[in-house]
Each structure stands twice: as C-alpha cells, then as structure tokens.
Design a protein around this ligand. Structure first.
Ligand code: FES
Length: 578
C-alpha cells in the first residue's frame, strides 16, 4: 500500500495507510463501492456532511448539490465521501426543529471525528442545519467549508411577490379577519414555495447562510444564489476544491471563526435585518469555540449599524432580489466603507474578508441601500433588554416592530403556555385591549424543550377584527425569523427555570422602554418574593432524549446549547480498538 509524500501524516492515513489486517479492513470494504486503490494514496479525504432528507423539504436538493461538491474535490485531487447527518427540517419536525439542533451538532461532531476524514464540506439549508453543522465543525476543528442550499425562488401569488413564512402569518391574519377565504389561502400555499430551497425571506435560514458567509465559513456570494440557480452548483464545485486546499494549508474553523469574525457577523446581521435566532445560534457557536461573547455585545456592536437590506420581514423584497442586487458581499463592502467591517479575518478562500469583498458591487440600490441612505437608521436593529423581568436578558427586533409601541406601558394578560393562549385567541369576548401586553410563558428552552417559535402569537381575533395590527407581546420562547411585530423574545431566565416571567399575573403593569433597553415589571419586590415562595417548578420529562435535553440545556443567552457540549474537543479519537 503506497502513501504519497504529500499525504504522509494525514489523518485519513491512520486508516487507509495502515498495514496489516486493520489497513486491509479499512480499504477493502471501501472498495465495494468501486473505488480503486489509488484513492488511498494519501490524498485529502473530504467528508461531505449532508442534511439531505425528503422530510426536510428545504434541504431536499442537497443530494444534488453534493454531486457538484464531489466534482470539485476530485478536480483538486481529493477523495470525496458523502455522509448523512440529522436533517432538522423546520416545518414537519415536532415539537420544533430547535429541539434537535444540539443532537445534529452532536451526531455530526462524532461522525466527523470517528471517520477517516481530513476535512469536511457542510451542506445545510433549513434554519437549524446551518448552526448545527457549524457547531459540530467548531468542536472537531477539522478544516471545513460550508455550502448552504440557497433560497427558493420568490413566491408569486396573484401578481405579487409573497415570502415564505412571513406571508403565512399575513394570510392567517387575513383569514382570521375575514378578508381572505380559506380557498384563496389554499391557492396561495403552492405559490409560496415554487422551487427547491429554503425560505426566501430574510428569515433564520437566509440569516444563518449570511452569518456563515460573514464569519468566513462559506465562499463569498454563497448565501444568496437561489437553490436552483446554476451558479450555486458552480459555487458548490468551487467549495469542493477549496476544501482540499484548506486541508493542504491546514486552515481550521478555529482560525476563521475568531472574535473579530463574530463581530463582523453581528454587524452584518444588523445590516441585513437578520433573524433574532442568529443571536442564539451565534452564542452557541461562540461557546463551542471558546470565543468570548455575551448578549451585550450584540447590542453594542449592532447600534452603529443601519438597516441596509430591504427584505421581508423588515422590508419589502426577497432573497432572489438580494442575490441579483449583489448579495452579502455588496453589504459587507458597504459596511467596510464606513469602517463597520473588520477586514482582516481570514476566510475559507484563504484571503481576508476585506479582500473577498473589495470588488463587490451593488446592482440595485432599492434592495441594498447605500449606508448614507439606509432603510432604517443606525440603532434600529435588534436590541438587548435588561430589567427585573429579564435579569438574564431579552431581545426585540426593532426593525420588525411598530415604532409607536417601542415605549409602552400596559396591563399584562398572562398565559402559562402558547396552547393556553391559542385556546382563547378567537374568543370575541376575551378580556383584552390593544394597549394590553400579552405575556406567553412556558416556552423557554427547558419549559418547552426546543424553545419553539411561538412568541409572535397572532393577535386576539377580537382585536384583529377591529383593525388592530400589532400589540406588545412578551415571551420566553423564540420567534420565527420570518415573523414580525412588537415582540420581546428570549426572556431569561425562562419561567421553567424560575425566572421572574413566571411571577407575572394578569393585571400587573409592565413597562417596555426599548430606547432605554429596559423591561420592567412594576410590582414591588416584596410581592414578587411572596409569589416566588409559592412557585411550583413544572415536572419535566423522566426519560429519553427529552430528559437529556431538559437536564442539560442552557438558557437563551448561552445559545441553548447543552452544557456538556460547550468547547472544542478536537479531532482525536478517544480510543481505537483496531
Ligand atoms: Fe426551512 Fe424556512 S422552513 S428554511
């Protein structure tokens, strides 16, 4: 068995370069796929981790994308091997895909470490697959490059663009208000999802694709190519070639995803009007890498950044428009021109992010606004709140909220679970007014394992029918990246962890002051202490993955990762029985 000089010492050669019985076993069974002996000569072995599944419709085309990656790997002299990892599709998987993000990360980490791989290409798409794979790559720290699957083409319904996710909420509200029939709503379904790909609004999937690019983990422009655009397949082929080069230059995720890279990603998130879920995922990712980052960083770094990208849910357009306007490189170049981008972090291209975007151009200033004429001014991004109702923090996406409600004081109307609210939401006699504040609790990482996207509950039918389109909602859960409204999210600690949100009673007064970054429960401390003393912690699951989840999940401000998965464990196999 020969080993090339270039491949000497390569990780995969611990398997394929082995002599004797063990080496024969490693090679022989691989040859049942028709691979000749030359592939074991020490060339870089590149794993392609795919979250393909027909049960994850946003990722259903990744198998085809993997073929393009393989072309690139072969072309650059590597040996590609595709392997499946948990496909956490947002739409079908119950209770919520987020329940499985950490499981995906754990599975992918172990498969990367346990197999003869020198580097990996990460194929993701739907919301949780991108952070899950990045978290895995961070913990193994083998050279890695991401290729996200790309957004669907713009939805088209009756001559208008419709955005996946965002228009689900809009259509639901229209039907509840009696302005749209069920039949019309059914017709709109198919028009919203007319090609392969993930949500084409600036929801969590598009946001995380942009975050992967801003962090330097995917090639420039990768986030925006539509899933069915031939150039996405060209990019995937190029990523395969780059994966081989990353192995040869030993450029690892820990050298790319530095504190400076995270700062760039946080600023980019403000400029694109990205999902609040990015905060949770970036915190979890930073925790894997040991990068110091806290919730306050998101507020401080985002404040000087204006909203530049005019996409739903904060703006008007969709990802296809964003792509044709220049995509994320055009945004990053705009930030760089105002010294809001640290240009030095190295990326998977082998060059700095500044060099990557130096020649980027914007082709549509209506979609990507110039920094001197933004869609919304600096300071209108996602704000981080503090106060006695959220000692661990809370967030609100200002760009998707009603400006008139950002300073608001009102009566709390409290529900112990999203289900409790939904049971009465259509009751036209519900005791609620537009000035009230809906409090939905029991939806945090521990209380509702997976921390579902329920915070932007639809308004009570009674208010919708009287023309009300927004009211303040406060929740310890998350909101879909495609959602909108004046919604305070990720209230921490959650009620199931004994947080003050569990002490609120209907009739209490809550004061929200976003400019001052406060969320205050106007109830005397002695009364809160009395209520706290009589709190009964909810019973959790007693076995299975749900038990593991509730025992080990961290609060939102730590990314809702498992406590035992934080940190990088490297690529060394703990024991080798061969
Ligand atoms: Fe998969 Fe939106 S449901 S990206």
């Amino acid at each position: 068995m020969g080993t090339s000089a270039a491949g000497h010492g390569r990780r995969s050669q611990e398997w394929f370069g082995a002599s004797g019985r063990a080496g024969m076993v490693y090679r022989s069974w691989m040859r049942n796929q028709g691979f000749g002996p030359a592939v074991f000569d020490g060339r870089p072995v590149i794993g392609i981790a795919t979250t393909w599944s027909e049960l994850a419709p946003c990722n259903a085309h990744l198998h085809r994308l993997a073929e393009a990656v393989k072309r690139g790997v072969w072309q650059a002299g590597g040996f590609p091997l595709e392997f499946p990892v948990l496909a956490t599709g947002e739409t079908l998987l119950r209770p919520t895909a987020m329940f499985y993000r950490n499981l995906l990360a754990m599975e992918a980490e172990e498969l990367m470490r346990g197999n003869p791989l020198d580097g990996v290409v990460l194929l993701s798409g739907c919301d949780k697959t991108t952070p899950g794979l990045l978290m895995a790559a961070a913990s193994v720290d083998l050279p890695a490059i991401m290729v996200t699957g790309g957004p669907m083409l713009n939805g088209k319904f009756r001559g208008q663009d419709v955005g996946s996710g965002t228009h689900v909420w809009k259509f639901e509200a229209e039907v509840m208000a009696g302005r749209m029939t069920e039949a019309e709503c059914l017709a709109a379904e198919g028009c919203m999802a007319r090609s392969n790909g993930h949500c084409m609004t600036m929801g969590t999937a598009s946001t995380m694709a942009c975050m992967a690019e801003a962090l330097g983990m995917q090639l420039p422009g990768s986030a925006a190519w539509p899933a069915v655009d031939a150039r996405r397949y060209e990019t995937a082929q190029e990523a395969g070639m780059r994966a081989v080069a990353l192995v040869e230059s030993d450029l690892r995720p820990s050298a790319i995803m530095t504190r400076e890279a995270f700062e760039n990603a946080i600023r980019a998130n403000a400029a694109i009007g990205g999902s609040t879920n990015a905060i949770i995922h970036l915190m979890a990712l930073a925790g894997r890498l040991g990068v110091p980052l806290d919730l306050a960083d998101f507020d401080a770094l985002a404040r000087p950044v204006p909203l530049l990208v005019n996409l739903l849910p904060s703006g008007k357009y969709l990802m296809e428009d964003f792509c044709y306007a220049g995509g994320l490189p055009a945004v990053l170049r705009e930030l760089a021109s105002s010294h809001l981008l640290n240009e030095s972090p190295v990326t998977v291209t082998g060059d700095s992010i500044g060099a990557n975007v130096a020649g980027a151009e914007c082709w549509n200033r209506e979609v990507i606004r110039p920094i001197e004429d933004p869609l919304q001014p600096a300071g209108s991004g996602t704000a981080v709140l503090g106060g006695n109702l959220c000692p661990g923090g809370a967030v609100i996406k200002q760009s998707a909220a009603s400006p008139s409600l950002l300073v608001h004081r009102g009566r709390a109307v409290v529900f112990d679970s999203p289900e409790a609210y939904h049971r009465v939401a259509e009751d036209l006699d519900l005791d609620v007014s537009a000035d009230d504040i809906l409090v939905i609790r029991g939806a945090g990482p521990r209380g509702y394992p997976g921390m579902p996207e329920v915070a932007n509950v639809p308004l009570p039918a009674k208010l919708l029918r009287s023309g009300v389109s927004d009211m303040v909602r406060i929740c310890d859960g998350r909101m879909s990246g495609t959602g909108y409204g004046t919604v305070v999210l990720h209230v921490s600690p959650e009620s199931a962890a004994g947080g003050p949100i569990g002490l609120v009673q209907t009739g209490d007064v809550i004061a929200l002051d976003v400019p001052a970054r406060t969320l205050t429960l106007e109830v005397p401390e002695e009364e809160l202490a009395r209520r706290r003393a009589s709190l009964v912690p909810p019973a959790g699951p007693e076995s299975g993955y749900a038990w593991l989840y509730t025992q080990h999940v961290l609060q939102a401000e730590q990314g809702a990762d498992f406590d035992f998965l934080r940190g990088s464990r490297g690529s060394g196999v703990p024991r080798d029985s061969h």
